[in-house]
Design a protein around this ligand. Structure first.
Ligand code: CO8
Length: 262
């Protein structure tokens, strides 16, 4: 499948590979227009449905992961255009529905919708050149794809308010201290580190990977008591899988497990 605003490829040579999506509107710093978002949604769905793919990486360019929604396109919109369009919702719901782990490998600007896209991913690995921010306030709007909701959950109210109300950017080191990103690496190593993490995940049992993702996400959407009950039920269910037997037998026999379930 060829796309206009993204590039896709499969990486790795194990039984499970990593699906890579590269956002590719270089002249607009990967601003997220309708076409790009539709293509991103389609590519993620295709990788999610592909049994040979175990993990997905989304990246941008050296200069920008994504500089936000396309301001040129939005500038002409009125209230009814935005209200009636499903631009903001349709593909964001697709991203949320992806069951395999998605890693954001972020270099350069991740602003507005770009920062929100990174926050939709399960793991954010940042190059030391990364800059995160929600600068929508400078345009007379507010974040519209979860920025006011996911950012406080990721970095706490104080820093989220600071970023959303001043529109300032934070660098990779500050983002790591704040808990928005899990690792900061030299820019030249960004993709290698992201692929290594992805291939590491690919070696594990598919059901336990997908259920672990589902349970961690549940922590953000339910009270602790419900989350813990949900986790317990999912934990129980994994004892019905062949891979649980394989994983534990292998540990006892001091050999490497050969997980089969995808
Ligand atoms: N939309 C459209 N074009 C953009 C965007 C953007 N968000 N960001 C940069 N560009 C374009 C510039 O217009 C410029 O084009 P041209 O060369 O034709 O003039 C080109 O990219 C390069 O940009 P700059 O010359 O400005 O490069 P600098 O290195 O000087 O600055 C910045 C880089 C700081 C990233 C600067 O471009 C900037 O501030 N960009 C806007 C960032 C921003 O405000 N983002 C938030 C947008 S609103 C939003 O995301 C709301 C989300 C709602 C939901 C999401 C749904 C998908």
């Amino acid at each position: 499948m060829t796309y206009e605003n993204i590039l896709t490829e499969l990486r790795g040579n194990g039984p499970l590979r990593t699906g890579l999506v590269t956002l590719h509107r270089p002249k607009q710093l990967n601003a997220l227009n309708d076409t790009l978002m539709d293509e991103l949604g389609a590519a993620l769905k295709a990788f999610d449905a592909d049994d040979t793919v175990g993990c997905i990486v989304i990246t941008g360019s050296e200069k920008a992961f994504a500089a936000g929604a396309d301001i040129g396109a939005m500038a002409k919109w009125g209230y009814m255009d935005v209200y009636k369009s499903d631009y903001i919702t349709r593909n964001w719901e697709t991203i949320r529905s992806i069951r395999k782990p998605v890693i954001a490998a972020v270099a350069g600007f991740a602003l507005g919708g770009g920062c929100e896209l990174a926050m939709m991913c399960d793991i954010v690995i940042a190059a030391d050149t990364a800059k995160f921010g929600q600068p929508e306030i400078k345009l007379g709007i507010i974040p519209g794809a979860g920025g006011t909701q996911r950012l406080p959950r990721a970095v706490g109210k104080a820093k989220a308010m600071d970023l959303v109300l001043t529109g300032r950017m934070m660098d990779a080191a500050e983002a790591e201290r704040a808990g928005l990103v899990s690792r900061v690496v030299p820019a030249a190593e960004l993709l290698d580190v992201a692929f290594a993490a992805a291939q590491n995940i690919c070696e594990f049992s598919g059901p336990s990977v997908m259920m672990a993702k589902e349970c961690v996400n549940r922590a953000y959407e339910s009270p602790l008591s419900e989350g813990v009950t949900f986790e317990r039920r999912v934990f129980h269910s994994l004892f019905a899988t062949e891979d649980q037997k394989e994983g534990m037998d292998a540990f006892v026999a001091k050999r490497k497990p050969a997980f089969k379930q995808r």
